[in-house]
Design a protein around this ligand. Structure first.
Ligand code: PLP
Length: 397
């Protein structure tokens, strides 16, 4: 049986989600903006989904904007809030260095348009110190953006403390909660944020769905312009079947949180047993401040991509903390920001478990790992000594 330990990349769709989507796709084809019965039925289904998403984050349905992805929710939050404040003279952003590319690239795009961006670093365990934010935020800061849980190492940031610091200087606070939804209870009031983004496919909903919760009264410039959907904040006919799926997934995510302790126990077993079975391994991130399903482990002396492939050949899906772009191995920006040695930014594997993960899955991965790692280390050692021999030979020549 193949083993899927890449739930931070995406999750399998819950059968209840697929069933609800199927019904909506076949029967409720109306345009939710139409006044006739078909339209009103579609709108009722959207309203139910909106209420479920609001309940997931602890907000009001009128504060939920549906989007076409977590990325879009982040972009709408950062760019939409920044543009709304542009005329006020606040043209400064504070952005976490370990944010997802959705936030990083949006901030860089704003910087190219003349916005000042301050980068908020993390400590060795991937956590932001509130004092570090206090040193950067000013009366010119429009928005601070810090993710709730990191996708690579799973660390959870002290969002309530950070949001209070931003608010004390009159700045808005956005949190990317894409990796937190379904793994942590969410409560926008307790977090004290103004904007919060989620993505359906990270908690057993369909891909291409997301939502941005926006505190009532927060000004936001629509990034998708056109019709008056989503209270004028996101134009485009809503994808009713997909959003019905998002709503069911949101409701399921709340109830399934009761099982998260089992996922955490499996993750802890995996981590403990892997570290014991494979010498030269270490955990990246902060063990006592992580989401329950994530373990990021460095395997000294290997290239992470090679180990991902070796696991895949054995039917085990895991991933690296680093992205492989156009043939060049880019070290993980998260591990780099945490100050890891250059080789340790390239040898990390992310194991991300889910509700379907079993004790047998964990035992099989632990049983496979020592031989796979040993083989790759032998190849690396061979390549290094061949490289050294070649260098010596060319030096002698
Ligand atoms: N933010 C974080 C932390 C993520 O992990 C991801 C997805 O990997 C996103 C945003 C983007 O979400 P989506 O895939 O729905 O665009």
């Amino acid at each position: 049986m193949p083993i899927y330990l890449d739930h931070n990349a995406t999750t399998p769709v819950d059968p209840a989600v697929a069933d609800a989507m199927d019904g909506a796709l076949r029967e409720d084809f109306g345009n939710a903006s139409s006044v006739h019965g078909w339209g009103q039925r579609a709108k009722a289904r959207l309203d139910a989904a909106r209420a479920a998403v609001a309940a997931l984050v602890g907000g009001d349905p009128t504060e939920v904007i549906f989007t076409g992805s977590g990325t879009e929710a982040d972009v709408l939050a950062v760019r939409g809030a920044a543009e709304a404040l542009e005329a006020s003279g606040r043209r400064h952003l504070v952005i976490g260095t370990i944010e997802h590319e959705a936030v990083l690239q949006t901030a860089r795009a704003l910087a190219r348009r003349g916005w000042e961006v301050s980068w908020l670093g993390v400590d060795r365990s991937g956590i932001i110190a509130p004092d570090a934010l206090a040193a950067l935020v000013t009366d010119r800061t429009a928005l601070v953006s810090v993710m709730l849980a990191n996708n690579e190492v799973g660390t959870i940031q002290p969002i309530a403390a950070l949001a209070a610091i931003a608010h004390a200087r009159g700045a808005l606070f956005h949190t990317d909660a894409v990796q937190a939804a379904g793994k942590l209870p969410l409560d926008v009031a307790a977090l004290g944020v103004d904007l919060l983004a989620i993505s359906g496919h990270k908690f057993s909903g369909p891909k291409g769905t997301g939502a941005l919760w926006v505190r009532r009264g927060t000004r936001l410039i629509a990034q998708m312009t056109g019709g008056r959907q989503e209270r004028n904040r996101r134009a485009g006919t809503e994808n009713v079947p997909a959003l019905v799926g998002l709503g069911v997934a949101a409701a399921r995510a709340r109830t399934r949180l009761a099982e998260i302790g089992r996922v955490a126990a499996l993750r802890d077993t995996l981590e403990r047993d892997l570290l014991a079975a494979v010498p030269g391994t270490h955990v990246n991130g902060r063990p006592d401040a992580r989401v329950a399903n994530t373990s990021n482990i460095g395997f000294e002396g290997i290239e992470a991509e090679s180990l991902v492939i070796a696991f895949d050949l054995e039917g085990v899906a895991v991933s690296t903390g680093s992205a492989c772009s156009s043939g060049t191995l880019e070290p993980s920006h998260v591990l780099k920001a945490m100050g890891l040695d250059p080789h340790d930014t390239q040898n990390a594997i992310r194991f991300s478990l889910g509700f379907s993960t079993t004790a047998e899955d964990v035992a099989r991965v632990v049983a496979l790992a020592p031989a796979l790692v040993e083989r790759l280390r032998a190849v690396t050692a061979g390549a290094t000594s061949r490289g050294r021999d070649a260098a010596l030979a060319s030096h002698d020549a």
